[in-house]
Design a protein around this ligand. Structure first.
Ligand code: F6P
Length: 531
């Protein structure tokens, strides 16, 4: 039953895609004076404008039919009810419980844990808990993937709110990362937080040992840990009063709301951290209750499916016109690509359709001066997600007008382009000679018809950031539900980890590697270059 209903829904979506292939965004706008109103949606001051996507009202209805047929609402409600939607690991995915939006499993107490780690954050901020040399000036968070990207992205985004010890992030096992982060810091006034859900991640444990050595005699009193594996933190030597736990129902890439956010909380303080959670909770309420046709994460998820499966575009550029969101593309990369980069469905059968796109990006306007050439005139279509705030935080308002003008201009230029006739007319108006016009007009033509979605909110503050991140989390969920993949496991990273473990001694201790010809040759080369 499910299959035939879904097959029909997909057929409907694809029929609209074929119909729309022949229509340009110019034509779609010319034919519909209400297009913006029809193809945009809003939650308070947060507006998602998808009028420049290559779809229209009937196509959107077909997509909503697909969401229904795929059981998005039922799966969402199952997630909210704490059912084990992470089928391969038999776990719930209850990150919404961390912001109080849905109940936690019996016996687990996210609010109590929140109070405990926020109290610790406040003690650090006030200097009640201090280093050997006085109140902490810096906090080094050691973690990787979800135990790094969330707090690192948020600390950068909320830089104007940081009025406590400054969070610094070390993730890479390349020793250069720790060396750069620790340069200029005073070990007697630096708190080190080891963040790892499993407390078994090679990179994090190597960096934690490095940090312990760097702290020297201060290590015993200046390290804390965040983990779902509390016992391992004790074995590492971190006392229980400085160990903050969380639960297996919090996925790493959904964990910034848990004690994994401790370094951020120390930087911005308890009140702003609670505002960050409240923003996410506002998005949760909307996601759990708004009708599909007005539900922002559902709409964004459907646009993602439309781009990937109906239009066949394999990548998405995420371009925040907000310099402080410079780590957002990296954060969303893990969120989407680790969640939905899957090749089998929830029941283990090969996926018949393409799943997660490649997500990449850089803040505007810098991106305009590097890869936007390809977005405008390259041979591939790359849909773009723009993000901008109406108001700046502590920046010159005129600069912000320049920033916004560029953001809006790019979306417009991508969608509507400039025809060869328009390019020629502009050159003629500038007094260019006819020969040069004929020669250069093709180079100065913009085909347009290149899609984008623009997300605008009032201002990037803790509440708005929490709401934005939850929007992306739920978009990923919706896409995963339609692609019928398990968005909450990540077996694909395991083989590389195992293989690396098997090569460490071959590189370091000179043991004979049990590996293929190319790997053996490269290890031999490394040894030779080291001699
Ligand atoms: O290798 C992938 C991964 O498991 C991510 O999912 C996770 O966020 C990261 O490693 C770090 O894991 P941990 O928090 O257990 O150190």
């Amino acid at each position: 039953m499910r299959m035939s209903e879904i097959d029909r829904a997909w057929e409907d979506v694809l029929a609209h895609a074929r119909r729309l292939q022949g229509l340009s965004l110019r034509q779609l706008f010319d034919g519909d004076a209400d297009r913006f109103a029809r193809l945009s949606a809003r939650l308070d001051d947060l507006v998602v404008d998808f009028s420049r996507e290559k779809l229209d009202g009937p196509a959107l209805e077909a997509l909503i039919g697909l969401a229904r047929a795929a059981g998005v609402e039922a799966l969402r409600d199952a997630m909210a009810a704490g059912e084990p939607v992470n089928l391969t690991e038999g776990r719930a995915a209850l990150h919404m419980a961390l912001r109080g939006s849905v109940p936690a499993p019996e016996g687990d107490d996210p609010e109590g844990t929140l109070v405990r780690f926020l109290d610790f954050a406040e003690a650090v901020r006030a200097g009640r808990f201090a280093g050997a040399g006085g109140p902490f000036t810096h906090v080094i968070n050691i973690g990787i993937g979800g135990s790094d990207l969330g707090p690192a992205m948020a600390a950068r985004a909320l830089a104007p709110d940081i009025d406590g010890p400054r969070p610094v992030f070390v993730s890479n096992v390349d020793g250069a990362d720790f060396a750069e982060a620790a340069a200029g810091l005073d070990p007697a006034r630096t708190l080190v937080i080891v963040s790892s859900k499993t407390f078994g991640t090679l990179e994090t444990l190597a960096n934690a040992r490095l940090a312990r050595d760097w702290l020297g005699a201060h290590a015993a009193g200046q390290m804390a840990a965040v983990s779902a594996n509390v016992a391992a933190c004790g074995q590492f030597g971190i006392p229980p009063e400085r160990v903050f736990g969380f639960w297996d129902w919090v996925g790493g890439r959904y964990s910034v709301w848990s004690a994994i956010g401790l370094s951020l909380a120390i930087g911005i303080g308890a009140e702003r951290f609670r505002a960050f959670l409240a923003g996410a909770a506002a998005m949760d309420r909307h996601f759990l209750t708004a009708p599909l046709a007005r539900n922002l994460p559902v709409l964004l998820g459907l646009i993602g499916v439309w781009r990937r499966n109906a239009m066949g575009w394999p990548t998405v550029a995420l371009i925040p016109y907000d310099h402080r969101l410079s780590r957002l593309p990296a954060y969303v990369q893990q969120l989407e690509m680790e969640s939905n980069g899957k090749r089998v469905t929830r029941d283990g059968a090969p996926c018949a359709i393409a799943t997660a796109p490649v997500i990449w990006g850089e803040p505007g306007t810098n991106a305009q001066h590097s890869f936007f050439q390809l977005l405008h005139q390259g041979t591939d279509i790359v849909p773009v997600d723009f993000i901008a705030a109406a108001r700046p935080r502590a920046a010159d308002p005129h600069h912000h007008d320049l920033l916004l003008a560029n953001c809006l201009a790019q979306a417009r230029a991508l969608a509507f382009g400039r025809t060869e006739a328009e390019a020629a007319a502009a050159m003629a108006a500038a007094g260019e000679d006819p020969g040069r016009i004929t020669r250069l007009a093709p180079h100065r033509t913009f085909p347009g018809d290149r899609p984008s979605t623009t997300i605008i909110h009032r201002q990037l503050d803790p509440f708005a950031l929490g709401r934005l991140i939850a929007l992306f989390e739920h978009r990923t969920f919706v896409q995963g539900a339609i692609w019928n993949v398990n968005s909450f496991d990540q077996w694909g990273v395991e083989l590389g980890k195992e293989t690396a473990r098997s090569l460490i001694d071959a590189i370091g201790a000179g043991e004979a590697p049990d590996a293929d010809q190319a790997t053996r040759a490269l290890i031999e080369l490394v040894r030779e270059l080291r001699r």
